[in-house]
Design a protein around this ligand. Sequence first.
Ligand SMILES: Nc1ncnc2c1ncn2[C@@H]1O[C@H](COP(=O)(O)OP(=O)(O)OP(=O)(O)O)[C@@H](O)[C@H]1O
Ligand SMILES: [Mg+2]
Length: 237
Amino acid sequence: MNEMAVRAEGLGRTYGTGAVAVDALVEVDLEIESGQFVVLLGPSGSGKTTLLNLVGAIDVPTAGHLEVDGIRLDGLDSEGRTRFRREHVGFVFQFFNLIPTLTALENVQLITELTGRDGSDQARAALEAVGMADRADHFPAALSGGEQQRVAIARAVAKRPRLLLADEPTGALDLETGRRVLDVISRLNRERAMTVLLVTHNAVIAEMADRVIRLRDGRIVADTLNPNPVAADRLEW
Ligand SMILES: Nc1ncnc2c1ncn2[C@@H]1O[C@H](COP(=O)(O)OP(=O)(O)OP(=O)(O)O)[C@@H](O)[C@H]1O
Ligand SMILES: [Mg+2]
């Protein structure tokens, strides 16, 4: 039984080579316990998305070791990375990325069917979990931004991944809507003991995390535990 969701040692990602090389992530050592709610903070260009993409096997490190859910990701081939993504992680992005010609339910089902199991029940259960069951047959255009993001979260967690990776999930939402979305993520974290790694620019959101990691110029510059995380619906910004 592996209690660490993420284990990184000397992790690095350099884009390009020679004079145009960019060190997006430099010698990152990191361990994240299973079930932890971690917020990643840092200015634009500090390497937040780069780290998230490595942990989610969307991208490949150029240095160091990376193990997620007990699976070694550095050195994994593209087929292995695809399998890992399908089985272990859910992604949520800033701009929802729902398919406009499919209903909420169909958007979620699209993902659940990839696993080969009957996706319909799983998809409905996921919509239920984010409070969107009654909008299952609506198209994205008929949903508000926050509702679309909740459908996107349902899609990300329908397969019951051990890890949820969210890159600025409230970046395009107003305060009230953003809180509702964060509340949904927080509840999934607690009820399913799902590890959450959430990227944000907004330091207020960090108050709801178990742990806050700050990046600057591709390095971890602070790593603190929150003794008393604030409930999402009580955040003010
Ligand atoms: N595909 C790429 N090719 C070259 N450089 C890249 C690439 N992706 C990212 N970078 C560079 O790596 C650095 C880190 O980028 P990253 O996207 O991880 O930052 P970020 O912290 O997510 O920023 P933001 O808050 O603006 O989203 C930046 O300097 C960026 O320009
Ligand atoms: Mg980013």
